[in-house]
Write a protein that binds this ligand. Structure first.
Ligand code: AMP
Length: 516
């Protein structure tokens, strides 16, 4: 029974283990890469293609490729954030029968759990190739702000991929662990994670081996993809003003330009200038081919990225305010995520915190390494370390449209369990329904609806005499469970989920079978 540490990222994923002597080892894809692009496409026969090969196919058939499935996990199709994403993503987002956000690719609607499972399966295969034995368990990292539905969806994805989740680990905690914070003295960290699509900031305390995420903040629409887009827009403008060619409608040219922009961006993290050459990028109405050849300087890129770099500040400040920490009280600023290789990102963060950030040599691997450290900790190979996790949001109940009653407070240390008692309101009432919400508002409109439950087969009695105890549990992974019992008899009446997000147990079982 071998377990691995997985960073299931929005744009890239990675898998790591600790060797017998405790040294971290990041595992590689067949072509030797330490990260796996979180991209999935389907071939003509419905077969899945994952990672770099999927990227290559996506250049030709962008509408059949799913990027960033992580952003859809546990989300409803009518969620404002999903609607905003739908405008940016190349594939179509459609509602599942229960309203979840699914991706429409290869002529069918696919759950993000299934897409994520394909990525997890590939990571599992990478590990099995290296270890030469079956891998059945994993610690998987998730953003600290992931809510109960997003966490439950991540677990379902793992189940479909044949992995039992030993624990879901918050990404900033994983970054600190991967950085070796459990070995050092007490430290107060700010973890800044700038990846392809999102920016996350967390304030993490490590005191006598106890890790605690004090606060998180972020910008869900700020990342390396936006920098790539800024380069593309600038170059497309230049092409237009020079020769009058409008690339705006030429999907193939824009895809090539985007790939070249990203390569130049990477080069400019170490070099001062980079060349971009795209022969026959487009065609004038006259049939004349238009080439693009351009040398780009680092300071030009920094100028184009400036409006994006400015947006790094607000989430950093917000995280500090929420944690009640001033910048001067932080001991170390950890940089995580591929985009923190850009010197201007490092400079901007240094000026926000008034302190040079710690440059980890492997910003896109450190989270997976942290997950591997957590595997070792759970296996008892590392002692004296405790991870204190808190709920990202509160959980509330309402009955028949009553105000939402906060049952589990935000930032409650998990695992935690609370209960509420609901009385019948009519004589002979045999059934009652209640709703579960995520959020702290008394008004439903201020919260996210998680699920509706029905309790039935209650004993017949006058109004108010049957009391149902509803018990809410949030486990160490931050996923929620609901149970109901009858107060007087202690019996468990029938509890049924009437409507809620995510896959049903039957759907998960079917996908597990299908993917065997
Ligand atoms: P992540 O999600 O952490 O893998 O980060 C992915 C983002 O990091 C993408 O936007 C990449 O283009 C960007 N990235 C990776 N390597 C570099 C680099 N050397 N310089 C600048 N950005 C990079």
């Amino acid at each position: 029974m071998t377990a691995i540490g997985i960073d299931l990222g929005t744009s890239n994923s990675a898998v790591a283990i600790l060797d017998a002597d405790g040294a971290p080892r990041i595992l590689t894809t067949e072509d030797g890469s330490t990260t796996l692009p979180s991209v999935v496409t389907f071939d003509e026969h419905g077969g899945a293609v994952v990672g770099a090969a999927a990227w290559a196919r996506a250049v030709e058939r962008p509408e059949d490729a799913v990027f960033g499935a992580k952003r859809l996990l546990g989300r409803r199709a009518d969620d404002p954030e999903v609607r905003r994403l739908a405008k940016l993503l190349p594939f179509e987002i459609v509602p599942s029968p229960n309203g979840d956000a699914w991706a429409r690719v290869g002529g069918r609607a696919v759950a993000p759990e299934e897409i994520s499972a394909l990525i997890l399966r590939e990571l599992r295969a990478m590990a099995e190739r290296f270890l030469g034995e079956p891998v059945t368990e994993a610690v998987i990292t998730v953003p600290a702000w992931f809510d109960a539905a997003q966490r439950a969806a991540t677990k379902d994805a793992a189940a479909i991929a044949g992995l039992r989740v030993r624990r879901l680990l918050n990404e900033p905690t994983a970054a600190a662990l991967g950085h070796g914070a459990h070995r050092g003295q007490n430290r107060r960290f700010a973890v800044c994670d700038l990846g392809g699509g999102t920016f996350d900031v967390a304030i993490v305390d490590v005191e006598n081996g106890v890790f605690e995420v004090l606060a998180t903040a972020g910008d869900a629409s700020l990342g390396g993809d936006d920098v790539d887009r800024a380069i593309v827009e600038q170059l497309a403008r230049e092409v237009r003003s020079k020769g009058g060619l409008d690339l705006g409608t030429d999907a193939a040219a824009l895809v090539r330009l985007r790939a070249a922009a990203q390569r130049v961006k990477h080069e400019l993290s170490t070099a001062q200038v980079a060349d971009l050459a795209l022969p026959r990028l487009g065609q004038m109405p006259s049939g004349r081919a238009v080439d693009l050849a351009r040398t780009i300087r680092r300071d030009e890129l920094e100028l184009w990225a400036m409006p994006l770099l400015r947006r790094l500040e607000a989430p950093c400040r917000e995280a500090m305010v929420r944690a009640g920490r001033a910048a001067a009280e932080l001991d170390e600023i950890l940089l995580v995520g591929g985009m923190t290789r850009m010197p201007a990102v490092r400079r901007t963060i240094a000026s926000i915190f008034g302190k040079e950030p710690r440059v980890v040599p492997n910003p896109d691997e450190v989270v997976a390494v942290g997950a591997a450290v957590e595997v070792a900790r759970l296996e008892g190979r590392i002692e004296g370390v405790l991870l204190l996790d808190v709920t990202a949001r509160g959980l509330a109940l309402s009955v028949n449209g009553s105000p939402c009653d906060l049952v589990i407070a935000p930032s409650a240390v998990v695992p935690t369990r609370e209960h509420r008692i609901i009385a019948t309101r009519a004589d002979g009432q045999r059934e009652l329904e209640f709703d579960l919400w995520e959020g702290e508002s008394a008004e439903a409109s201020g919260n996210r609806h998680l699920a509706r439950y029905a309790v039935s087969a209650l004993p017949a009695a006058p109004a108010g005499e049957v009391l149902v105890v509803v018990e809410l549990t949030v486990d160490v992974d931050g996923t929620a469970r609901v149970a109901a019992s009858e107060l007087v008899s202690g019996e468990r009446p029938l509890l049924k989920l009437v409507g809620g997000p995510g896959l049903s147990r039957e759907q998960v079982a079917k996908l597990v079978e299908a993917r065997r």
